[in-house]
Design a protein around this ligand. Structure first.
Ligand code: SF4
Length: 405
């Protein structure tokens, strides 16, 4: 968008950013440059978002921002945390078809909710969503509250999600800051900081507050800046598409040629390692040996092939056999792979066990399950990879008993 007469100038002759108004405006009244940028930005973002072809058509955008069903916003925001939009485009409608209202979600069992979430990862989100639905039913009469303080008291609802629900569902002037919003704001103002830097966070929330308070339609402006960050103001190594940006004439980073260096990169702490020895055991009728993880910690309450974990090394075949009460079929694992979670590298070794030939008559851990029912269980992506890897073989083993144990 070209700079217009009477609007904010963001760079002087030497290329340094400055914020002035036209001489006529300055004579009329003193203008806070930050507030003026917020007004111009909000206006440009709203116009851009409302122009057909700029925003993506996504399943949860069935109504204009500011008028959405708060429950749908809650579920969509829970799914979108740490997960790409393309991955949830078909999962959200499926989840909502199974749990169409907050009351239906609250009445469901946690196992059913986790199973419907299966494959999306970060299962704490599903548990929090379920707990939040129960709190909405128990404490708010089955209606999501419209103020951020009450929203933030719900499990899993932080400042960002509360702001998203308040603005997208109730059109409230509440700010939001996520990675996309932070990148746009840092570049717009030419601030050299990391998006998740603690010191920068207060500044980012202040800028987002200025922006949304300057908006006529806060829900639209909040969604527009998120969309801009996701589709135009792209993170490195991709180059931002400044030529398509409605904020181009206001953007300090663009004027200074620093878009590739903003946001800065924060040094990461070392990732932790975990060593998982997993035993794949099939009974003659095809049933698989699985167990449920304890509550709390990684993959809480999810199902898995029987697994022994160590923090410093893998369990040996002997240790695995003794701890599970199952004989191991070979001296070496069938497969090794590394699964990366947010904070850990989980080093998997996958072994094959032999049912019925262990020294103990029954495995000491786990229970037998029909592999055709695996899709009903809440499984991490790593366990899906392990348990489904021989799915074709399972179906060649003949009929299974209705409820193998
Ligand atoms: S002009 Fe470029 S760097 Fe600045 S906000 Fe727009 S896309 Fe991002």
């Amino acid at each position: 968008m070209a700079a217009e007469s009477g609007k904010i100038a963001r760079s002087n002759d030497r290329g340094s950013p400055r914020r002035t108004t036209s001489a006529r405006s300055a004579r009329q009244r003193p203008v806070d440059p930050q507030a003026a940028v917020a007004v111009e930005s909000a206006r440009a973002l709203q116009a851009w978002f409302n122009t057909p072809g700029n925003a993506r058509a996504l399943p949860w955008r069935d109504r204009p921002a500011g008028e959405r069903d708060a429950y749908v916003v809650l579920v969509a925001e829970a799914m979108l945390q740490q997960t790409q939009v393309s991955r949830i485009a078909d999962r959200l409608p499926k989840f909502l078809a199974r749990f169409p209202t907050v009351s239906r979600l609250a009445a469901a069992s946690q196992d059913d909710v986790l199973a419907e979430w299966s494959g999306l990862g970060y299962y704490r989100r599903a548990r929090n969503l379920h707990a939040a639905a129960r709190m909405v039913v128990d404490s708010h009469g089955g209606e999501l509250p419209n103020d951020v303080e009450s929203l933030r008291s719900l499990p899993g609802v932080g400042r960002y999600t509360a702001g998203a629900i308040a603005s997208l569902a109730f059109d409230k002037h509440e700010p939001i800051v996520d990675g996309n919003v932070a990148r746009v704001l840092l570049r717009l103002h030419g601030k050299k900081a990391a998006s998740d830097d603690r010191a920068a966070q207060a500044w980012l929330w202040e800028q987002s507050t200025n922006l949304v308070r300057a908006a006529k339609r806060p829900g639209v402006v909040n969604e527009a800046i998120m969309e801009l960050g996701a589709t135009v103001c792209l993170p490195a190594p991709a180059a931002p598409r400044c030529e398509r940006c409605p904020l181009a004439s206001l953007c300090v980073a663009r004027a200074q040629g620093t878009t590739a260096r903003i946001p800065t990169v924060k040094s990461r702490s070392a990732r932790k390692a975990l060593y998982a020895s997993t035993l794949l055991v099939r009974r003659r009728d095809g049933a698989l040996l699985v167990e449920q993880r304890p509550g709390g910690g990684m993959w809480s309450c999810m199902w898995q092939a029987v697994t022994v974990e160590r923090h410093d090394r893998h369990a040996t075949a002997h240790e695995l056999s003794v701890e599970t009460g199952t004989r191991i079929a070979a001296d070496t694992p069938d497969e090794r792979f590394i699964h990366r979670t947010t904070h850990r590298d989980v080093h998997f070794e996958v072994w094959t066990g032999v049912p019925g030939r262990a020294k103990s008559p029954r495995p000491r851990r786990g229970e037998w399950v029909d592999p055709r029912r695996l899709s009903e269980l809440a499984l991490s992506n790593a366990q899906r990879r392990i348990l489904f890897r021989d799915a074709g073989l399972f179906h060649e083993l003949g009929p299974l008993s209705p409820r193998p144990r």
